[in-house]
Each structure stands twice: as structure tokens, then as C-alpha cells.
Design a protein around this ligand. Structure first.
Ligand SMILES: C[S@@+](CC[C@H](N)C(=O)[O-])C[C@H]1O[C@@H](n2cnc3c(N)ncnc32)[C@H](O)[C@@H]1O
Length: 276
């Protein structure tokens, strides 16, 4: 059992953000009315309408395994993050090491969804009484962009932009921070497409750069303006190395800039390296 007060707060915070203290509940079928192919949406709408007068709400049972949930292999119905426990542990390792070693700079995640990864970063700062570092929360707050194969051929045919579940509003993310008592002026929202917001964001040095934009373009649009801001000894975390587009973007950027620092494995998709 943890005895250190910071760990006593951060351990349950992680599990709460990942919704791992409870079984994965069924998801209301009403959510499917805006998602998936039209036959599914039509059936969902009809079924919801049929039972509504009786005060009933149909729901879809989800049956992920405990391992799939813990390892962040599903898009969860209720969790505030989809990245699973090992990648949350990795955020804690990187941020706490940066604090302990005095690596200068703020923390940023590019691609936040419901905000859980950033909420956890803010929680780590709070647990250690850090008041002079910020957490930057960068997202379109409208889901992923359609692929731009002329600029980024590796993204041709990418379907991420079709998934409404990946579009979470800025208001919802702010509400999620507030739920945990972690919304304050150490949290800075950067709303818009990375290619527009990140090159002119009011950023100084970074100690931790966490990339979670899934696509080739979204990964590179963050790496290009932000990696030069990463302090020596700072951490560059990649959430989506299992996705071919993201992997290629990371490999291309590292090759082009002669980055040979070891790429450490976090789990089946997470990787990180330290800037030499
Ligand atoms: C897989 S989710 C991030 C998961 C999140 N880190 C977590 O803790 O659960 C990907 C996010 O990246 C955002 N995104 C992807 N590409 C983007 C881009 N080019 N510009 C802005 N936001 C983008 C999407 O809106 C979505 O919220």
C-alpha cells in the first residue's frame, strides 16, 4: 500500500479517470443515433422512440475484458481518458522525473479527447505543490480533421474524422477538469487544428510533450512546432505508435532530425524518449 500522500491521491485519481474502479456500464443506445452507418442509426432511433413512452432507455452491453480496459484498448463509454493505466503511469513517471530533476518547462498534450491525460498532469502538479508550471490542453474540441493526402499521403483513407465519439467540446473538457477540482489558471486551452494553433501558441519551454493525435498529419503538426521547445532532458511521449500513420510520422521526424535517443516501450502502443 502506498504511504506517500502524493501517491495516495494520484493512484485513485488515475483509476477514477480511467473508470477502472467500476465495471464498464452499458452505453445508452441513444448515443448510437449520431454514430456509425445509417442502418445502425435508423434502428437505434426507431428503438429509442418505441420504448420512450414507457420510461425505458435501451442500452448496449459492452463486454471488454479487464485487460482491454486496463491497457486502454477500447473507446470507453464513461472514462475521462482512453489511454489505460500503463500510459497514465508513464505520464506520472515523466512528470515526476522532470520535477525531481528540475527539467524546465510546462506540460502539453496534443489530442486530449475528454481531457483525462491532462487532468492527470494537473493533478500531479497539485500533488507536488507545483504552482509555476502550466498544463496546455491542445485539441480541435471537434474531433479529428479529414485526411489531407496531398500534404500527408500516409493519411489517405483515414476514417478517424467519421467518429463522433472522438469530438468532445471544450466546455465538456473544462467541466471534466472542474469535476476533479483541477480547473484553474495553470490550465491553458489551445482550441483549433494543431496546424493553426501550435505554431503561434503562447508557449515557452516544455518539460513534457505528449502526442495523441492518432494520424500522421496530427502527429507531425504537433512535433514540428513543439519539439524544438522541449528542454534538454525533457520527455516526448507518443500515444499512438501502434497506428501506422503516427508511427511513420515519429520515425520520419526522428530520422530527419537525427534523433537516435532510445524509444522506450510503455505498452502495446505507448512510447517515449528523452531529448538528449
Ligand atoms: C485519441 S483522442 C486523445 C485521447 C486522450 N489523450 C485521452 O487521454 O483519452 C485524439 C484527440 O486528438 C484530437 N485531434 C486529432 N488530430 C487533431 C488535429 N490535427 N488538430 C486538433 N485536434 C486533433 C481529437 O479531437 C481527439 O480529441
Amino acid at each position: 500500500m502506498a504511504t506517500d500522500p502524493a501517491a495516495l491521491y494520484l493512484d485513485p485519481l488515475k483509476k477514477t479517470l480511467a473508470f477502472l474502479l467500476w465495471p464498464e456500464p452499458p452505453v445508452p443506445l441513444a448515443w448510437s443515433r449520431r454514430q456509425g452507418r445509417w442502418p445502425k442509426r435508423l434502428v437505434a432511433t426507431a428503438l429509442c422512440g418505441l420504448v420512450k413512452p414507457f420510461g425505458l432507455q435501451p442500452a448496449l452491453a459492452k463486454t471488454p475484458t479487464a485487460a482491454q480496459r486496463e491497457e486502454g484498448q477500447i473507446w470507453p463509454g464513461y472514462a475521462d481518458t482512453m489511454i489505460g493505466l500503463k500510459r497514465l503511469d508513464n505520464i506520472q513517471h515523466c512528470v515526476e522525473t522532470a520535477l525531481a530533476e528540475g527539467i524546465a518547462g510546462d506540460l502539453i498534450e496534443t489530442g486530449v479527447w475528454r481531457g483525462g491525460g491532462c487532468i492527470f498532469m494537473r493533478g500531479i502538479l497539485a500533488a507536488h505543490g507545483v504552482t509555476d508550471r502550466k498544463v496546455f490542453v491542445a485539441d480541435s474540441f471537434a474531433g479529428l480533421p479529414p485526411p489531407d493526402p496531398r500534404r500527408y499521403p500516409a493519411d489517405a483513407g483515414d476514417q478517424h474524422h467519421c467518429h463522433d465519439i472522438l469530438a468532445v467540446s471544450r466546455e465538456q473538457v473544462a467541466t471534466n477538469f472542474a469535476k476533479y477540482g483541477l480547473l484553474d489558471d495553470q490550465v491553458v486551452f489551445l482550441a483549433g487544428w494543431f496546424k493553426d494553433t501550435l505554431p503561434r501558441a503562447p508557449l515557452g519551454q516544455l518539460a513534457v510533450l505528449r502526442l495523441d493525435g492518432d494520424m500522421y498529419g496530427s502527429t507531425l503538426d504537433a512535433l514540428v512546432p513543439l519539439y524544438p521547445r522541449l528542454s534538454q532532458g525533457g520527455f516526448c511521449i507518443v500515444d499512438d505508435y501502434a497506428l501506422p500513420g503516427c508511427r511513420q510520422a515519429v520515425d520520419d521526424y526522428r530520422a530527419e532530425h537525427g534523433i537516435t535517443a532510445a524509444l522506450h516501450e510503455v505498452d502495446w502502443t505507448g512510447r517515449y524518449w528523452r531529448k538528449p
